[in-house]
Write a protein that binds this ligand. Structure first.
Ligand SMILES: [Fe+2]
Length: 196
């Protein structure tokens, strides 16, 4: 029977708190409550995305500013580092308006979800990592999603203005709503969760 590793258990606890922050929109917090309720039940089918991509090498520089931080953001960063060898990596290769080389300049780390450390299909919990000066393509998907920022970063929903939720802040993307993100002069690192 599958037993969840204690480092993953710890990460889920830390992430759950980050997604409870007052700085998040109500809809993001509500979605996260449902995601983490499902995560109370460990589940893994053993399918791992083992491939690493060039942007994985940015993880250390993205985590570095938080490693000495005593807040939940610091705890999340230190725990992501512990989980790194077991994370399932993936990339998006389609969508409009992505910056040149965006494919090489981004990666998603799946922690709980298909091909992730805990491979499952009822939720997704992971993070996006963008190299500096990278614009991720416009995209949309049926599940709604919530983000928490572990760095600076700008987001856009539908054809609205770009905005930075701020460190520890977040956003909520409704079902099928077009959205995008972009980094500034430093890597963008943001946690997300989705209810499938
Ligand atoms: Fe998305």
């Amino acid at each position: 029977m599958y037993q969840r590793h204690q480092n993953l258990e710890h990460f889920i606890r830390v992430a759950r708190n980050l997604f409870r922050a007052r700085a998040l929109p109500d809809a993001a917090r509500q979605l996260a409550v449902a995601v983490f309720e499902r995560l109370d039940q460990p589940s893994d089918d053993g399918k791992r995305n083992n491939e690493r991509y060039p942007a994985c090498d940015l993880l250390d520089s993205a985590l570095a500013p938080l490693l000495g931080d005593s807040s939940g953001l610091g705890e999340a960063a230190r725990t992501i580092k512990l989980l790194e060898p077991a994370i399932g990596w993936q990339r998006r290769t389609s969508g409009m308006y992505g910056s040149k080389d965006y494919i090489e300049n981004h990666v998603h780390g799946m922690i709980c979800g298909p091909g992730g450390m805990e491979s499952r299909y009822d939720v997704q919990l992971g993070f996006s990592l963008l190299a500096p000066a990278t614009r991720y393509p416009d995209h949309q998907h049926p599940p709604e999603e919530a983000y928490v920022l572990l760095s600076a970063g700008a987001f856009r929903q539908r054809d609205g203005d770009w905005f930075d939720p701020g460190l520890g802040g977040g956003l909520h993307n409704p079902r099928n709503a077009v959205h995008a993100m972009r980094s500034g002069t430093t890597p963008l690192l943001a946690l997300w969760c989705l209810l499938i």
